[in-house]
Design a protein around this ligand. Structure first.
Ligand SMILES: [Zn+2]
Ligand SMILES: [Zn+2]
Length: 140
């Protein structure tokens, strides 16, 4: 994700409104390593701007995602999380508590068979491992 100042400029150049609420959302996302959900961001921004609506949060996240500023990590229809780190990296996801951790790209470098590479040039990829974290495993 770009810095907050750069995001403001990108939004302005696209004639998108910059509101204090939007700025607040940018700040929450900036260098956030927690992979927050829209609900997580909503509950944080609500503490600063109690009148903010969930739709505002969701719309802003949607715009940022379409701009390529953040990644959307979809666990399932109900569970969507956001990651301001758009460099190639991968995730391990606990299906019980939704904790999402990063795996650096250097640890996983998948190789596509030559036959596929002749037909197709990949521009990006993302691998998710699903399972149970240590904490949830103990409480099972
Ligand atoms: Zn867990
Ligand atoms: Zn990540």
């Amino acid at each position: 994700m770009n810095t907050v100042d750069n995001l403001v400029e990108r939004f302005r150049s696209k004639k998108l409104k910059i509101t204090p609420q939007r700025l607040g959302i940018f700040r929450i996302l900036e260098s956030n390593l927690q992979h927050p959900s829209a609900e997580d961001i909503f509950s944080k921004i609500k503490k600063i701007y109690p009148t903010v609506s969930f739709t505002t949060v969701y719309k802003t996240l949607d715009i940022l995602e379409k701009m390529g500023e953040i990644l959307k990590i979809t666990i399932d229809e109900e569970r969507k999380h956001y990651d301001p780190n758009t460099n190639t990296h991968h995730h391990i996801i606990c299906l019980m508590c939704n904790k999402i951790s990063d795996i650096e790209e250097e640890h996983i470098r998948p190789k596509l068979p030559r036959g596929i590479l002749n037909e197709f040039t990949p521009s990006s990829y993302h691998i998710s491992f699903y399972g149970t974290c240590k904490k949830c495993h103990k409480n099972k």
